[in-house]
Every structure is written in structure tokens, then in C-alpha cells.
Design a protein around this ligand. Sequence first.
Ligand code: C2E
Ligand code: CA
Ligand code: CA
Length: 744
Amino acid sequence: MTAQHDLQLDEPFLFAEEGPAHPDDAASVLHWRCLIVDDDEGVHQSMVFAMNNLMVEGGRIEWLHAYSAREARELLARERDVALIVLDVVMEHEQAGLDLVRAIRVDLGLADTRIILHTGQPGFAPEIAAIRDYDINDYRTKSELTRNHIYTCLASAIRTYRQIRSIEASRQQLRRIIQAGNVLMSQADEATFAQGALELFSGLLQIESSGLTLLHHPGSSIAELQVVSASGEWRARTGQALTSLGEDIRNCCLRSLESRQAEWGATGVALSIPGRDGGMLVLYLDALPQARRLVDDSVLEIFVAHFSACLNNRLLLGRLHHDAFFDRLLGLPNRRCLNELVEAHYADGTQAQMTLALIDIDRFGEINEALGQTFGDALLQAMAGRLEASVQRKAMLARLSADIFAVFGPSDWVTPEQLLPLFATPLSVLDQETMVSVTIGLTRLVEVEASDGAAALEAAFQALRTAKTTQRGQLAWYSPDLSRQTHERVNLLNGLRMALRSAGLFVVYQPQIALGDRRLIGLEALVRWRTESGEPIGPDRFIPVAEQSGLIREIGFFVLREACGVLASLHREGDARLRMAVNVSAIQFRHPAFLQELKCIIADSGIDARCLELEITESIAMEDTVYVRETLDALHAMGIQLAIDDFGTGYSSLAQLKGLAVDRLKIDKAFVRDLNEADADASIAGVVIQLGRRLGKEVIAEGVETEDQAMLLGRMGCPEAQGYLFGRPMPLDELRAWIGRQPA
Ligand code: C2E
Ligand code: CA
Ligand code: CA
């Protein structure tokens, strides 16, 4: 081959858009790898000299050299990312160059690499078909290769290469953007989301992720822009304000906030991702301006649009998530949140060591009503504060309803010994020292039969209900037994409800007599329940259940109405002074509508109110509240008689008893049973009898089963009695027969 490389050095030339080279940043600059394949050493030298370190497409050319087609093939099999091959058509033989091209495209599969062919002899020009088939960028004769030509020719080939690569890269980038965005969206915290976006951004620019992210909350000022995550050199800057960062970065970020697109500075790039509500996520990366060429503007636009959507969704999800799992007043996890945590323990098999405690503030409703909701809220906050201080990281604190808190944690920590002392000292509520009392229900997760959160919560609630009803030591543990009882109770209640509507519920009447002459003076109405299957269920079993559910009010009025009706007909049939005693539950008594409904029943039945006696409990009689006092007085004013049932089993205050509008004390059958001749007067029955005499109250003894008891009570001065000895509780027709058998 002759060395006919007549390169014309037509000076000077201008490469306007590329700008000067920066010798100092050589390391960080892009390199376009260019392979010269020519058996003429002079061509290699002229080519390198012609490019003279000039920048092309933001990068420098890194030269590779081969002097034969064979050598080129070997080199290309090794090297990656060769942007351009400038090759001589005629080398070892006339077809060597074209054979090499075929090998590059077909055998090596290098589709992106650009190829420029040249030849010294115009006669050896390749076929148009070859240029087309093998995707040849350019074909020149060596005589055309002036310095200017070399530059334009190489630059255009490299530009094409860059475009081809960036289209492919964009395709990958877009896929990555979509995937990463969707994954990041589910990230719980802002910092992780922001950092993920930053890393993806740096990936697009193919640079190290050294940078930071800032979050601009809607309505806040620029001065409040804060670094939420940082990496690389900036790592220590998390939490700092934008204003405390360097000028270059500050300007970059501010410009990007303004323009809402990527803004490049001398040493970095900022990209703003807008949120729907005016918030903004700003990403800042250390990057040289050259990196700009590595990512298409349209890819960046898609990046911003997609991450903006993700940001919005995340904010929305975050808020929804927060609202769904945290209670608004105290910011504590709520029932759902607790439920999930409990379930997580079941799921990973760590439930064995866990205990759930529910803490209920006693009489919170009353406190709230009496002292106002502001005070109530403050009380809850103080409660939460005290619990949180104790719980810290050892357990989870949640709020399940207005005044029920939950503590869930290891069984050796969640114990009554740990929790009860928390309420031994007063809480400071709106600067007021306030004592609160609580009731606690606990369950160990292992005790719960069904392994799920709902069952565990229900178990703890059962324990809490038990703690409240038994009022023993203000706390209770759940046990499967409890669950069985609850089941029973629920069944009982349902049956009871049905019985109220059918004839399953009825009233029996037990005679009360004067001990002196054994004449009938009154009756006590007692409710009975016979289930559909005919099984009798005693009031001792169903009254407490009815009281807990509130059903007692309906039952109570049913009995009252029946009893008043029976009394009215008995009055018509004979003794017009016969008394009717009806039991009134505390729940029924305390209900604000009690008096009104009672009046209606009396009026409807047409009885003389003076013949009606209400048996109330000692706890009601002793309750020193305005409402109870006024109700008792009102009943008294109506002429209704009042008896304290089971007297002596509670804690009566004598001082109070004296001023009370109560007519009769009823000695509980337990004291009658305990009676014996030897110390009769010193017995409780004896004391009650004397007390009645002193205070001017009537006394009646119940549960009298034997003649001895009747005689003894009579001698002790007890005027009236009731019991199996005289008559059992009877349905109306039996009672009529019983009355008929009495001596006139
Ligand atoms: P109580 O008011 O103390 O009723 C007296 C209980 O003693 C009745 O039981 C009665 O059947 C029973 N008794 C009567 N004489 C004797 C006797 O000589 N020996 C013995 N061992 N027991 C006797 P009962 O009917 O099972 O009622 C149990 C409790 O259920 C009642 O105790 C009362 O507290 C409640 N109760 C019954 N009916 C009603 C009602 O209509 N309303 C309300 N609120 N409670 C009711
Ligand atoms: Ca009674
Ligand atoms: Ca009794």
C-alpha cells in the first residue's frame, strides 16, 4: 500500500459549540473510544493529530489502534464501548476491510458502534449495498480527509453513537424509573423515598450518588428547606437548612425550585419534583456539566413526572396510612395498628411471650361531662404521657377508644405490678392535680384460642369487662374459662330478649306475713324465666346479665306492670290494704326516665301508690348523690314505700340511714339462716331489728324456712316475715288458691 494520506492542514478551524478543554478534569470527562484500523502508521498519526485533544460531544477521544483486520478483530472481541471505528477498506487484501465490517456487525454483534470507511483508491470503493447492509456511517477517500473533514466526520459519527446509546439507555432508564418509583412509593418515611429518588437520578447520569435531598413543605418558606437525606460528601448535612449550604448548591436548588426542571451549576445539578399540594422535593447531585449529555431531557421530564406522581401518592398514602393507624387526638397507634402488630407476632410465632393489657379510665364519661371536654382531652393526654414515659420502647402503647389504652409487650414487662403503680400518684391535668383510677384487663396471647389479633383484643376486652363487673382489685386476667362464660352470657342474653317478647318471662308472688298473727300483709313480685325448651333459669343467673346489658330496664318495667296489675285485681277481690313489693335494680333506678315511667305504670293500673313498695339495694340507698336523694324523696312524696333489700350485706352508714326516706329494712336470708337461740340478740338480724326500732323503720325478715326461725324472730321483735315456711313464690292462680286457704 502506498502512503497517500495527503491530509491538508487547513488552519485555523473553529469548533464553536464544544468549548475549550479542561486539562484538570480529565479524569472525570467522558471518553469516546475510537479505533483506527489501518496498515499505514501515518494515518494513525494524522488522525490523532487532527483531533488534537478536541472535545467531541462533551468528551475526549480515547484512541485504540490496530494495523490489520485480524488485529482489529481480536481487539474488538476484548474491548467494550467502542464508539467508532475508522477503517481502511484495503489492508491484508482488497476485501479485508469489508470482511472486517461483516465480522463486526454479524459475528461480534456490535450494532451500536459507528464505522467510517476510507480508502486510498477510489476504484476500491465498496458497493452501496455494503454500506447499507452493514450500517456504515460514512465513506471517504483519504484525499477527502482534511483536518476539518476528519473532525466533522468523527463528531457526527460519535453524535450518532451517543444518540443510539442514549435511546437504549433511556429505554432502560425509563423502565428503572417506573419500577423504582413504584417501589419507593410504598416506603414509609420521606427520607427513604427522597434518597431512593436521588440514587435513581444519579443512576441516570451514570455518576456516583453523592448529593442530598431537600423537602419543601407547602406553605413554608425557602429558609425552611431542609436536608432530609444525604450521601457521599454531604452525609453529615442531614437536617441542615438549605441556607447553610454553599452558594453554588444553593443557587442551583433555588433555580430548580423556580424553573421546576433540572438546573446545572459548575459542580452539580438540582432537580425539583413538585408535589400536588405545593410541596417540593429537591434532589441535588455533585455532577460535572458534561454529565448532562448522558441523559436525555425527555427522560428527565418523565423522571420528574413519574416521581411527582409517586410523591403525591406517597403523601396521600402516608396521610391515609397515618389516619388509618393513628388516633387523631393523641397521635397514638389505634386499634387497627395494634391489631396488625399482634397479628405480626402470631405470624412470626413470637406470641408466646407477649401480653396485651387494656387500661380503662374509671368514670371517664362522667369526668368529661362534669368538667368539660377540654379537661377530658387534657386528662387523656396526661394519661398517654404517663404511659408513654413508662412504656418507652419496652412495649407498644395504643389508644383503642375514648378512654381505653392498650399496652402490648413482653409478658415479663406488661404486668399489673408494672402498670398499676403508674396511677398511684396524681396526674397534672390543666395544672390541676388529678387522681385517676383505672381498670385493667390483661391477656397472655398464648391463652387466646383463635390465633389472631381480633381474638386477642376480644379476650383482653373480656378480661376488662370482668374486672369492671367483679370490682375486685380493679384488674382481671383473661382465661379461656372467661371466654366460655362470655359465650354463655351472650346466649343467655339473646334468649332473655326473646323471652321478653314471648311468654317465657313471667312473675311469681311470694307472701309476706305479719309474724304476730301470720296474716297475709303483702307480696313480693319475683321474676321467672322458663326457656323455650322448658328449662327454668333462676334470676340469680340472668339478672346480672340483664343488668350489664341494660335489658334490666325492660324486665324491671315488665315486672312492675304485671305486679301492679295483679295488685289491682287482688285489691278488687279482697284485702284493699295488701302491699306489693317489687325489686328495682340500681341500673333501672338510676335511669333518668325511671320516675316518669313508674308514674305511668301506677296510673295505668289504677292502684293506690301507698300499697306499692320498691325494694332497692343498699348501695342505691347509700349513694349520696343529688339525683338519688331527689328520686327517693319524690317516691316518698308519692306515698310509695321503700325497702332496703338484703339489708346488712352492704355498708350502710347509720348517720345517713337516719335521714333517709326509707320505710323498711329487709333482713337478708343469710342472716336468718345463721340465727340461733343462744345469741339471737347479738346476731346481725337482732341488730337490724333494734336499729329499725331506733330509727323508726319497719323490719321484715326473708328466707324464713322453719317454725323455729319464725318464733325466734317474733320474740326478737321482728314484725314481718317472708319465706318458704309461709309460702313459696307462686304464679297468680296458685297464689289465689293459697290466699283462699288462709283463715279468714
Ligand atoms: P331477693 O330480692 O333477695 O329475693 C329473695 C329470694 O329469696 C328469691 O329468690 C326468693 O325465691 C328466695 N326465697 C324466698 N323465700 C326463701 C326461703 O325461705 N328460703 C330460701 N333459701 N330462699 C327464699 P329468687 O326469686 O331466685 O330471686 C333471686 C334474686 O333475684 C332476688 O333476690 C332479686 O335480687 C332478684 N330478682 C328477682 N326478681 C327480680 C325482679 O323482678 N327485678 C329485679 N331487679 N331483681 C329481681
Ligand atoms: Ca327482694
Ligand atoms: Ca334478699
